[in-house]
Design a protein. Structure first.
Length: 353
């Protein structure tokens, strides 16, 4: 079993190995005593994994209550967050009990937000079942929901007690959702590790992912430990996300997160090179990696629409926005631009100018 440790406001481990879901009860008992556990999951994940996770927890002496939510981005809403809070209250959870998020990024975000706001925070365990949640959203404590005005506009930092990543769960992902996670992995490679980037560009064997997941988590750990509250260095993890979130919003979330981030990274790479921020043209290798992972590169929206959608971006500070731009493979920088210049910047990335 591979283990990555994070030491931020809370020290915790991320365990990575095939077959860990059936050991979840034993692993959780090493960090938290017997209590009531509220399992929050979705209808797709429940069908695949709920019974084995529940059995392991009960065998370890935990008592359970379970809430199954509809799958998909639309469960990251005020209404669903309220439903989860009411479920926790109705089942009498206290500050010594646990919320367990079993699922992908949506479940991790909404269950984590509920854990962080119920009784002003109760303990949280993350059991990611998608590549995207395993390498990105389950690590680092960011939780939240979407508002009609934009993505992730309400949220809290809620660091988990433990993350258990069973890489066998990746076997059951559709090609589309496996590719979603690959977009975040390619992002890590562009940010900090050319060898990791090249691994994605060669294509991956999803049955042999422990090392890939571990390396991605190590990179995220390094950014999170230096800047837990996302005020500086951690912002680098937003590469491709300003345009990506705008694409998601404009599509009504019919374009999934990883696919939108893939398009957003292309826009940032092209703009950075054409406007003189990059010392190396990262667009051709990025396009190769996206193609190898069956991810899109062409954005269906124009610069004006994207810039307008980005006005509610949570990274905005007053009349400016910080963009993450590749300088060369494995190295990026932060560049703060006035909001009035964002449309032109995006236009350069789309080839509109």
């Amino acid at each position: 079993m591979k283990t990555v440790s994070i030491d931020s406001s809370k020290q915790y481990n991320i365990h990575i190995q095939r077959g860990l879901l059936k050991k979840a009860g034993s692993l959780i008992s090493q960090v938290h005593p017997r209590c009531k556990v509220a399992i929050i999951t979705d209808d797709n994940v429940a069908r695949l994994y709920l019974s084995q996770v529940s059995a392991g927890l009960e065998n370890a002496g935990y008592s359970l209550c379970t809430l199954i939510l509809p799958h998909g981005e639309h469960s990251k809403s005020l209404g669903v967050w309220t439903k989860v809070l009411q479920f926790l209250a109705e089942n009498g959870l206290t500050k010594s009990d646990l919320v367990l998020a079993l699922g992908g990024g949506v479940i991790g975000d909404v269950a984590g937000f509920a854990a962080g706001t119920y009784l002003r925070e109760i303990p949280l365990i993350q059991l990611p079942t998608t590549l995207l949640s395993a390498i990105d959203s389950s690590v680092g404590g960011k939780t939240g929901i979407d508002l009609p005005q934009g993505k992730n506009l309400a949220g809290v930092f809620c660091q988990p007690e433990l993350v258990i990543c069973d890489t066998a769960a990746l076997d059951t992902l559709t090609d589309h959702y496996f590719a979603d996670g690959c977009a975040e992995g390619i992002k890590y490679g562009l940010l900090a590790d050319k060898d990791l980037f090249d691994a994605f560009a060669r294509g991956l064997n999803r049955r042999d992912m422990d090392d890939i997941v571990c390396r991605c988590v190590e990179i995220k750990r390094d950014f999170v430990q230096g800047d837990e509250r996302d005020m500086g260095k951690r912002q680098m993890l937003n590469l491709g996300h300003t345009v990506g979130h705008a694409i998601e919003k404009l599509s009504g979330y019919s374009i999934s997160h990883g696919h939108a981030v893939a398009m957003g990274m292309v826009v940032m790479c092209r703009a950075a090179y054409s406007l003189g921020y990059s010392q190396e043209n990262c667009t051709p290798p990025l396009l190769q990696a996206l193609d190898a992972c069956h991810l899109p590169s062409a954005c269906p929206y124009d610069a004006a629409s994207l810039a307008k959608a980005a006005l509610s971006d949570k990274k905005r500070r007053g009349d400016s926005l910080t963009l993450i731009l590749p300088q060369r493979m494995g190295e990026c920088c932060r560049e703060t631009i006035p909001m009035k210049d964002l449309e032109g910047f995006i236009a350069a990335g789309l080839g509109e100018r």
